[in-house]
Ligand binder design. Structure first.
Ligand code: SF4
Length: 462
């Protein structure tokens, strides 16, 4: 078979460079090009730019390509970083799939054989023994992959070209993820030689993970509850999340309008990442391949499953993580709606008072003591103690509003002063944390008069 460099994971490709002593070649000046190409190949796979690698120009160049693949396996094995391994395996397998889809039937028959899936051409289809099919599709469990939906005749299953190639992609991913165990001396040598390159790869894998997060679109992580952000951080750090945590993340993201493909990418850095299994789980949960789209579990379910890490002051006012996200979106409401909600909760104050109430903090509010802030005409930045904090959920005119009230004090005033209702929880949570920890907190506030009462209008905190 020509063009072996396109499929360096095949036994044929390994044979082409058989007999080479890799430990010796690690230091051989003649192999410098292959070593450099190995790094280039890994970097390109991690950053999803394998197409930019180019093609060998002659037989000698092709051997360099094949050798570089072996070096890349050594590097991945010595590095043992699941994030890097998963991205490389996924990108290489997707590329192989794209290339195989353009191959002739004869090449496909040969590649399948090499990958342990012997097939026979029957007309335009590929015939495979059902036992081989079952082994090859063990990770593909959706309806169309089930044997009963494939129509077994005389122990044989018929596959079209695309389906066969999809099965082969599974095998390639699995092969690329299972790396050879290196003898201790060789592993140490590889680490010594390539550690600066490995650091770059880890950085690139991190960037790709961040890109996957950015590509989640309109999602605002600042509004997500602790259960979501905590597990997301774990996922990025390469922690294997238990199934209930993955189920929660997937349903939560789906409820916020994220697509299965974007969600899938998030899991690619998990140490136990199996593309097909993850795709199946994500597509099943999101309803893409099932009749049911699963709902995001409630807080009580997440608490009983050990997914809730312990809530914060806002969590105590809600019963569902999606409510948390919605409450945190207060600032996105139109100003007149925000003012109306404040007035509803306060229950007093003239229409003129609420209509002119500023809602956002200026960037240049000067720092003042609380006493000086009370005499100032405009907003001030004050470092204060939270003497009292209370989160409240109130139903007003069929609307359930989560809000809080606090009393602030510093040593320049005799008595603490009460805030206007706090509806913006990105300001409110820092006040709650400060109260819980007995710490001071910096707030931007405006003194106001609500009827006869002096109140503090908090415009920012934390
Ligand atoms: S209480 Fe609910 S929203 Fe808050 S962290 Fe726990 S599960 Fe998440």
């Amino acid at each position: 078979m020509s063009d072996l460099w396109r499929y360096p994971f095949l036994p044929d490709a390994r044979k082409a460079v058989q007999g080479l002593e890799l430990e010796t070649l690690l230091d051989d000046p003649l192999c410098g090009e292959a070593r450099a190409l190995a790094i280039e190949r890994l970097n390109a796979a991690i950053s999803d730019s394998l197409d930019e690698l180019g093609a060998p120009v002659d037989a000698r160049d092709e051997e360099t390509y094949l050798l570089s693949f072996l070096f890349s396996r050594l590097i991945l094995s010595a590095q043992a970083d699941s994030k890097v391994i998963n991205w490389v395996a996924l990108t290489e397998a997707l590329r192989a799939e794209a290339t195989l889809n353009l191959e002739t039937a004869a090449v496909l028959v040969h590649v399948s054989e090499q990958l342990g899936v012997p097939v026979k051409m029957v007309g335009k289809s590929f015939q495979v023994d059902y036992t081989v099919y079952l082994t090859a599709t063990k990770n593909l469990r959706t309806g169309r992959w089930k044997l009963v939906n494939r129509g077994v005749v005389d122990g044989k299953v018929m596959l079209d070209q695309r389906t066969l190639v999809r099965v082969l992609r599974e095998i390639v991913v699995e092969h690329l993820q299972s790396l050879p165990e290196l003898p201790e001396g060789l592993g140490r040598k590889v680490l010594e030689r390539f550690s600066p390159d490995m650091e770059v790869m880890q950085e690139m894998a991190k960037e790709r993970q961040e890109r996957a997060l950015r590509e989640l679109g309109r999602l605002d992580f600042g509004k997500a509850p602790p259960c979501f952000n905590g597990h997301l951080i774990d996922l990025q750090a390469g922690v294997n999340l238990p199934h209930p945590a993955r189920f929660f993340l997937t349903t939560f993201l789906t409820a916020l309008g994220q697509e299965p493909d974007g969600i899938m990418e998030l899991y690619a850095t998990a140490p136990d990442f199996k593309e097909s299994v993850t795709r199946y789980q994500v597509e099943h949960i999101t309803g893409k391949i099932s009749n049911a789209e699963y709902d995001t579990p409630s807080c009580s379910s997440l608490i009983s499953q050990g997914v809730c890490p312990g809530g914060n002051a806002l969590c105590r006012q809600i019963v569902h993580p999606l409510s948390y996200y919605r409450v945190m979106a207060e600032r996105e409401k139109p100003d007149d709606v925000r003012r109306e909600r404040l007035a509803l909760i306060a229950g007093s104050g003239s229409a003129k008072f609420w209509a002119h109430l500023p809602l956002d903090a200026p960037d240049d509010a000067p720092p003042r003591s609380l006493a000086a802030a009370l005499d100032a005409d405009g907003p001030s930045r004050v470092t204060a103690q939270v003497e009292h904090f209370r989160g409240i959920g109130t139903k007003v005119d069929d609307k359930y509003i989560c809000w809080a009230s606090a009393r602030l004090v510093d040593d320049t005033v005799e008595r603490s002063l009460e805030t206007l209702p706090l509806l913006q929880w990105e300001w409110t949570l820092p006040l709650a944390h400060a109260k819980e920890r007995g710490e001071e907190v910096e707030v931007t506030l405006l003194p106001v008069k609500l009827g006869e009462q002096r109140r503090l209008h908090v415009l920012a905190a934390g």
